[in-house]
Design a protein around this ligand. Sequence first.
Ligand code: ZN
Ligand code: FE
Ligand code: FE
Ligand code: ZN
Length: 266
Amino acid sequence: MSPVADYHMHTPLCQHATGEPVEYAAHALKVGLTEIGFSDHSPMRRDDFDNWRMRDSQLDEYVEKVRRAQREFPQLTIKLALEVDFLPGHEEWIRELAARHPWDYFIGSVHYVSESWDVDNPAKLSEWKKRDPWEVWSAYFERLTAAAESGLFEIIGHADLPKKFCFYPKQDCAPLFERFLRAAKKSGVAFELNTSGLRKECKEIYPSPKFVRLAAQHGVPITFGSDSHEPTDVGRDFEAARALAHSAGYTETCRFTQRKRTAIKF
Ligand code: ZN
Ligand code: FE
Ligand code: FE
Ligand code: ZN
């Protein structure tokens, strides 16, 4: 059994991560990984959109940092990717980004349920207290389903991110999950088991065991990601993520090269 790849990690260019890609790569080798992928927060068309991503003018610098890690660690497979925010109306911008470098994959993530509220932003926690969780989760999953249908992404990031601060709806979320999963299956997009949830208030991998079981029944492929914002988080809690995937019935994960998927037993 080969180790699974860690396909979700950041760089200091996003303004809230520490450590250079070469340091993430060194830690990956130390914990026995053979493949990783950088997926830093992509620029927006407008640099003043928010303050937690690289500027448009830094995209080439980002690619060069990843290339340097590839040169310095030839024994490790290192993919070039982006974590791209999906917002309605941004599709053309995402296609422009896709054309600028030979990316291995795009992780499509929903952080924004409106133009101004990124639901995982601790600075905007008070917004949650004004809202009905069901309304927020419904809006979030509507966007996540549109992201899956868009054909712009290979992987959908942290699929139940709204649980981060433990604002759970009373209602059963299974219908929201099912609608997303049908769209994901139809468009051939994978989702990630993102272990960073274990380091957040919700203390649970994104997405939940219930979601992962439904996903396995629908036959939606998976990847693994630590969502590291510091080198020592690379590969963190991957045993728990593998166990979750296995218990849901998964025996395969996937790898991406220049946006083409291959399945790997794990
Ligand atoms: Zn981040
Ligand atoms: Fe994210
Ligand atoms: Fe991330
Ligand atoms: Zn992330």
